[in-house]
Design a protein around this ligand. Sequence first.
Ligand code: GLN
Length: 571
Amino acid sequence: MAKYKRAKKAKSGKVKKIKAAKNTRRTRKISQTRQLRHPKQTLKSTKYIFVTGGMSGLGKGLITSSAAKLLQSMGYNISIIKIDPYVNVDAGTMSPFEHGEVFVTSDGYESDQDLGVYERFLNKNLGKEHNITTGRIYWQVIQKERQGKYLGKTVQIIPHITNEIQDEIKKVAEDENADFCIVEIGGTVGDIESSPFLEAARQLAFHENVKYIHAVFIPESTLKEQKTKIAQHSVQKLREMGIQPNILMTRSETPLNEEARKKLSLFCNVKESNIFSFHYIGEIYRMPLVFYEQDFDKILLKEFGMQEKKANLHEWRRTIEKKSKANKNITIGIVGKYSKLEDSYISIEQALKHCEYNFGININIEWLDAEKIEKGFLLSNLQLDGILVPGGFGARGIAGKIKAIEYARENNIPFLGLCLGFQLAAIEFARNKLGMREANSTEFSKTKNPIIYLLPGQDLNKLGGTMRLGDCECKIRKKSLAHKIYKKVNIAERHRHRYEFNNKYKKRFENAGMLFSGTSDDKYKLGEILELKNQEHPFFLATQYHAEFTSRFEKPSPVFMEFVRACSEGV
Ligand code: GLN
């Protein structure tokens, strides 16, 4: 009956008119609020988590990845973003001395090493959009201004820069249909350069569901008392910016004691249950388990008003335990020139770690300075089960690296070369096996035998984002060591280089016993993998790409796995 009445009313012209008037009023209202409401709200109810820090070097990357892993293990879809407040557009032109390793994503973006940490934890490919820098945001805003997109407005940090930041974050969350979007803001709260990002993080909570995790440092006094003052000040700084943290992560040498927890809770306005001890445990991959044991997942979901959900870290835990039972030890020498800064080779170090966990062995890394080898340090003084020559730029240390490759080749010691390591393995072979004493890369000197030369189209006056970058497809020769490793003929791996092997010399190399078992799947047929045909040698292989960038805790690089297997077979 009621239904019938309503239908009848709707038929009358009067009702239609009233409805139409109401609709126009509503449309006007919506369009007015749309103008005020900026930037636009996301449709899916993604939950946003910002991770900030009271100083750099606290391990925010690890906190972010561990929290993300824990949520991912509950079946949630996770987006993850790193904000770097520096003015560089990306990390591509930064020296490893300045900033540690430059990580390369599959879409060829050169990023801060944190993206590598996230990928290794989440076993997920990330791209350019997952790294936001001041340089990129300003670049985008300035381009829009030049295109007249701000319609005569004065373009300002607030709202234009802050809106651009929020739009970028929300775009990632929307594109990935994320349940949670975790955003790590690099640097220190209170720094001038990070303030637009913190302002954007504050504003986002006006329309979206946002929580804040703040990492603080808890030093110990000479009397071994945990001091909370620095942490209190950094939370005060955050609150001055309008952000009240929901969760505190305390970085200390030993677990946070009750007295310090109580003090922090009182002065920082954070519930005691929401203060987590992020004390040093030495093993980064154990961290999601440590978070889980402290009920981090339950507290976080509670903060968002969500139901508890079961985390599934069973396999993760099993892999961790495999290593704790390890009783085999091997030593691998890494010959580098940034050897003082282990951060420069972090992806290699981690790829070896992944092998440790998956094989259940201990790998001791011997960091070897190429210049010392050059000056006469003898590798035969060390008990090395394998030698790895990583990537690098410039002529310094080259002679030492070539000596190390010669030593590995001649003494049947497993050898893995990566990028520059590939190029030097070719140079060493040309000099010592083909008798081309002058063989070199044009990166280091002019030579009549340019074994390694500049890629077509490279312009040395333009260095930002201009190398051969990211995933390139490669065809693998059957019945080769490379094929044994990948067990397929089509692969894609990540690159970051300007120079390449000169195919003019390929025949001579192959006739003398070096096989190019992987070549680029394009018209150039660039050498991507080289190996020795010599059956006596347990493992001699180099890749023009960076096999280390795709290695993950749950899925180690097959190249590293086979190399480590060969190293451990001799033990
Ligand atoms: N310097 C070499 C090149 O640009 C190797 C680069 C690298 O090892 N990433 O080709």
